[in-house]
Design a protein around this ligand. Sequence first.
Ligand SMILES: [Mg+2]
Length: 174
Amino acid sequence: MLELFVPDLFIENYKVLSIDALQNAGIKLLVIDIDNTLVPFDVEKPDWEAMDFLMRLKASKVTPVIVSNNHEPRVRKFLEDTGIAYYYESRKPLKTTYMKVVKDFRVKAEEVATIGDQLMTDVFGANRCGFYTILTRPLVRRDIFSTKINRILEKGMFYILKKKGLFDRDSYEM
Ligand SMILES: [Mg+2]
């Protein structure tokens, strides 16, 4: 059970993720969170680095797809003119949207990686689907209210995982 909260990979942010490594590992789809993963939650559009990342993915064999718990206008506006598929109000950590993505893109669970900044939604939800899970640090400390609650739960879970010797966020030099 606790293992479902342990990410397969922990990195500072998306900027240090190797698309080549994903490709070589047989990953065909990268499920990406927006808020505090690609940009701070209160930033409307991708900055040039986030846009570059998305475009490099598009040009690679790893298809980017956005799965966000945020509302449609925010997600649509963020991805305007990018041609990238998106799912909004995804209700992560529920499996529903993730399973829909697998079906829509005709991939196997083991061909899917996810990247996100939250343990309780991004990592827990994706691990339950058998995806390769990548956790990042949140880009900023500002969060919307519902995330603030998740951060409290997350803090408790980080503590438990560390106690059990399963995952120690603080052991990473970044
Ligand atoms: Mg997020």
